[in-house]
Design a binder for this molecule. Structure first.
Ligand SMILES: C[S@@+](CC[C@H](N)C(=O)[O-])C[C@H]1O[C@@H](n2cnc3c(N)ncnc32)[C@H](O)[C@@H]1O
Length: 330
């Protein structure tokens, strides 16, 4: 039985600016990353008629049973991936919020295998199904592992770490988070005070690969475009610069401002606008929020209003996706 307790409750990030910039909150909203329900509850309390709360982690939905009752049928809980959020919504919506990444509960539960600081099985699957980090770490070719660490974790020692993983797994399969964390740490200099744990980038990279997070993000943005009514609002919170770059480039292109596949490519012709950007440069946490929740430090919020341009698949070349994903067959 999975432990549903958590060391620290999940504190919703950048919620105040979302509610302030997207007011009035009315009609049907889809929260594609329900987690502990911080956004869903706030949207309902702010005036949404209904919230569709979607999460790919069955535990998030199970935990919602402890707080959902007072909202009755104003809250509809759905298990699924936001990559198909339009299908899960089942009709047009007035707003979509996505708060990317993992929740504090997922990180805190050692048995989910997300944390390099807590010993647990090497799992990292948000949906608790499919290939796990254990499968990847023990079965992938050395070159594939190195590419994952480099492209999804921006880990410069990717080749050294991949070589150490392959060497170690020949002795015995790598089954636990702490064993992997110590293999990675052994390849890197000891961190200076204030620097992050040496395994941070490798764990992020493996989590992104296990959960195909960039595939889901691009599909989710396209699905949000299909699901939103003209005038509907989109808010996306990302936690690292690679994710934020994709969200920013998607919205900039969809706001009709062209975009380039790379710095040498010609500017793409302006598109029919599908979105109007709200707070063009994005929003970060202010000092007050940072004092209450240091986890908000790396969060960035991008928002836009849906216009009436037709929804269409986006050119993936202009999104600045990690190169690894572009090599995958679609
Ligand atoms: C940062 S938490 C969201 C926290 C939430 N906003 C709150 O205030 O409690 C991210 C959640 O999104 C879920 N998630 C991540 N990627 C997903 C995807 N592609 N589809 C559905 N859920 C996803 C995770 O399982 C996790 O529960």
């Amino acid at each position: 039985m999975t432990n549903t307790t958590s060391d620290s409750p999940h504190i919703p990030v950048l919620l105040r600016p979302i509610l302030a910039h997207l007011a009035p909150i009315t009609g049907v909203w889809l929260d594609g990353t329900l987690g502990a329900g911080g956004y869903a509850r706030a949207l309902l309390d702010a005036g949404a008629d209904q919230v569709i709360g979607l999460d790919r982690d069955p535990l998030a939905l199970q935990m919602a049973e402890s707080w959902a009752a007072p909202y009755g049928d104003r809250l509809r809980l759905v298990a699924g991936n936001f990559a198909q959020l339009d299908a899960h919504a089942g009709g047009l919506v007035d707003g979509v919020v996505l708060d990317l990444g993992v929740s504090s509960m997922q990180l805190d539960q050692a048995e989910r295998g997300f944390s390099f600081a807590k010993d647990g099985p090497l799992d990292m699957r948000m949906s608790q199904s499919g290939l796990s980090a254990r499968d990847l770490v023990n079965d992938a070719e050395e070159e594939t592992l190195a590419d994952i660490l480099y492209h999804f974790g921006e880990e410069r020692a990717s080749r050294r770490i991949a070589r150490a993983i392959v060497r170690e797994r020949q002795d015995a399969p790598i089954e636990t988070t702490l064993r992997l964390s110590s293999i990675v740490s052994g390849c890197l200099p000891r961190p200076k005070p204030g620097q992050s744990h040496p395994a941070t980038r490798s764990f992020q990279a493996l989590r992104i690969a296990v959960n195909a997070e960039f595939d889901a993000l691009v599909a989710g943005l396209e699905a949000a475009e299909r699901a939103l009514k003209p005038g509907g609002k989109l808010a996306v919170v990302s936690f690292h610069s690679m994710e934020d770059r994709v969200v920013k480039r998607f919205l900039t292109a969809r706001a009709g401002q062209g975009g380039r596949a790379n710095r040498y490519a010609p500017e793409a012709p302006a598109e029919v606008p599908r979105f109007r950007l709200i707070e063009k440069r994005g929003v970060s946490a202010d000092d007050e929020e940072l004092a209450q929740n240091p986890r908000a430090r790396s969060a960035r919020l991008r928002m836009a209003e849906r216009l009436d341009g037709p929804a269409e698949p986006v050119d993936h070349q202009i999104l600045g996706l990690p190169r690894l994903i572009l090599n995958k067959p679609r």
